[in-house]
Design a protein around this ligand. Sequence first.
Ligand SMILES: N[C@@H](CCC[C@H](N)C(=O)O)C(=O)O
Length: 327
Amino acid sequence: MQLPGADLPPGARLRFTKGHGTQNDFVLIDDRAAELDLTPELVRALTDRRAGIGADGVIRVVPTAAIPEGAAILAAEPTATWFMDYRNGDGSVAEMCGNGVRVFGAFLERIGLARIPVPRGDDADDGDVTTGLLVGTRAGVRRIRREPSGWYAVDMGPWALTGGPGAAIDGADAEVTVAGLDVPRPGLSVDVGNPHTVLALADETELAAADLSRAPVVRPVPAGGSNVELVVPLGEETDEAGSVVGRLRMRVHERGVGETRSCGTGACAAALAVRTWAGAGAPDVWLVEVPGGTVRVSVLDSGHVELAGPAELVAEGEIDLVALLGR
Ligand SMILES: N[C@@H](CCC[C@H](N)C(=O)O)C(=O)O
């Protein structure tokens, strides 16, 4: 296929599915034959909300064996057969997408490439149901499992404060200027496979005042750019199982996109930052409210972080590539 080359045949069409996780939305493409030339131009055209399908990013399903990073991934996890090739709406490549990887799992199921059974949720032996599905990403292998509620829970791997132990003590390693806010704020850099800078605001009035139509300015400037999360901690509560759970509200400006209605890796970074600021005894489980819904972030004993939330597939169709690309 090798679309879209310079010489698109008349009538060339591309099948797509549209999906979202808490309204962080994606165009999904089944490229199981590894034939598609997913150029930045094509990504920008597909994600255009007026002249294309419209989305925050594009997710391509491709065999792990077919991509340059594939040999190393398969050497570590031979069953990670499918790779999530994630692109931001501006055409740039990103290492990881937390909402996207849940939707990727739902899409693999929809196109018959994987099965991730929903456990019954009682004490019965669910067999290998809890084992989940391993998938390849540029940030490493990720494990996706289902929860009795139908939510997808993903082991997002190891996390780190980019500024090291000093940042954990100071609670900050960056300064962030956000349009609409009076003064620059201290920010904490968190790596969850992709880069984030998290800053705490005083209250929801400040959160609403932030103008994220312009990219916040982070100093020192991160080499590869950064996603920026604005958070308001909302305190702690006890869930139905009697565990203490933290809650926070977040808005995000995504690298390569702009303000989005949710960001899964951003929610992880936000929970990890607020937990760091709260100090010893802070909850390991956080509910993160974003404009598009709520996700759950759990800090695991393994040193990994887990993200859980919904994944929805809402449409499918074909797009005329000649019309889309104006060839
Ligand atoms: N929305 C995603 C993150 C997508 C990548 C990000 N914009 C980046 O460039 O790192 C998520 O849900 O994590």
